[in-house]
Design a protein around this ligand. Structure first.
Ligand code: C5P
Length: 397
């Protein structure tokens, strides 16, 4: 999202101003060109020197110094593709909401038509002041993306809301929400399964597989980036993704119960979980002890097939997508599964290849759609594969 973009980071006078340094570094790392502006009070908390060295640019602090032949705030305002106001004080929020442009930071913001992200950080009582709440409401109506503060330890020495989220979370949220503004899945519900199911043998042991859940998480992210409401039914608790509700499950039966329930009012189902086909016939109440003859016979029974059940229950407007991890004859088995599971799309991947598939950050897949030629997506990151899959799913609508 920010790669190759001109990003202006405006820092205002909150104790959280030091976190702007991390934000600037993360933006530069993601490939953005970054410039920084600071209010006078921000410079009480961190120096402009720090941010100027980090950004490799002069920091905008004053409307009237330095440039004589240029109207600096207009030039900076036009340069920016995205403006971050991080952290934002009650003062800057009030100024922008009311069109006041009396310093370099507020004048540049008001002169710019860039995408705008604001992350308030202040004392909890200030944050809940009716005027501040009113002003934030105005900013939302004006198209600002407001990154809400989180509950946490404030500079005042107690826990309350008003704390600036970590810069990495601000960036992730801004990235997802800025993309989602133009998303074709706004108002759509997407249910995704992820991870390997766990089939309990006794209170401490279970049967499972090597699935990392990464592909399912990448699909969840790609779907929220398109504006969808996402329910991720997963056995693995990985990172939080803004806009994704994780529902942690363990066994296939649990995943089945949650997924089928969530699917009733969903628009899209994607089965990316590595579901165990079998489970132990009975769950031992206590830990199974060593047997006298040294061996243990396990009886396994079949699990419900989540994808197949959902595939055969879908209504006309609902789209069902499955995955097939295979080690040979990938396309042939995949095509067979597409039919058997009554899916609208099947993504096949060859898990015999150790640098793609399970646990890897990369994947290479083939998209199978009934009556269409297979479409191969060459090896790339799982998030890029996920974006391509979601884009392809949208074309099925
Ligand atoms: O039949 P197979 O397990 O190879 O099919 C893979 C696809 O079916 C995946 O999308 C997987 O999530 C789904 N599946 C399921 N329930 C099962 C077995 C597989 O949803 N019991």
């Amino acid at each position: 999202m920010f790669k190759g973009k001109n990003v202006l980071v405006m820092v205002t006078g909150s104790i959280a101003a030091y976190k702007a340094t991390t934000l600037v570094r993360l933006l530069i790392k993601s490939g953005a060109q970054v410039r920084v502006g600071m209010t006078t009070s921000a410079q009480e908390f961190i120096t402009s020197k720090t941010l100027s060295i980090l950004s490799g640019q002069d920091v905008l602090t004053d409307l009237f110094i330095g440039h004589t032949s240029q109207v600096i705030h207009i030039e900076w305002a036009r340069w920016a593709d995205v403006i971050f106001v991080v952290p934002a004080t009650a003062n800057i929020i009030g100024k922008i909401a009311n069109g006041i442009a009396d310093d370099a930071v507020s004048a540049t913001i008001i002169a710019s038509s860039a995408d705008k992200v604001i992350a308030p950080a202040m004392n909890d009582v200030m944050f809940h002041n009716p005027a501040v709440e009113r002003n934030l409401e105005i900013l939302k109506q004006d198209g600002w993306l407001v990154v809400e503060p989180v509950v946490g330890y404030l500079a005042e020495g107690y826990e309350a809301s008003g704390r600036l989220p970590e810069p990495i979370d601000i960036l992730q949220q801004a990235d997802i929400r800025l993309r989602a503004k133009k998303g074709q899945l706004i108002g759509k519900k997407v249910v995704i399964t992820a991870g390997g199911t766990k089939e309990a043998l006794d209170p401490v042991r279970y049967l499972t597989n090597r699935s990392s859940g990464k592909m399912g998480y990448a699909l969840a992210r790609a779907a929220v980036e398109k504006g969808a409401e996402v329910k991720l039914v997963t056995t693995i608790d990985r990172e939080n993704i803004f806009g994704v509700e994780k529902i942690i499950v363990s066994s296939t039966q649990e995943m089945f119960d949650v997924a089928t329930h969530e699917f009733t009012d969903a628009d899209i189902f994607i089965g990316a979980a590595a579901v165990s086909d079998f489970k132990p016939a009975k769950l031992a109440e206590h830990k199974i002890k060593k047997q006298a003859d040294g061996g243990l016979q396990l009886t396994l029974v079949q699990n419900p097939d989540i994808l197949k059940t959902i595939g055969f229950s879908k209504k006309d407007h609902q789209i069902v997508v499955g995955f097939a991890a295979e080690t040979k004859e990938v396309i042939a088995y995949g095509t067979d599964k597409l039919v058997k599971k009554h899916a609208d799309m099947l993504i096949t991947n060859d898990v015999s290849n150790s640098d793609t598939g399970f646990s890897s950050d990369d994947n290479a897949v083939t998209i199978l759609v009934p009556d269409q030629l297979p479409e191969a997506l060459p090896k790339t990151t799982k998030i890029e594969i996920a974006r391509a899959i979601i884009t392809r799913i949208i074309t099925l609508k």
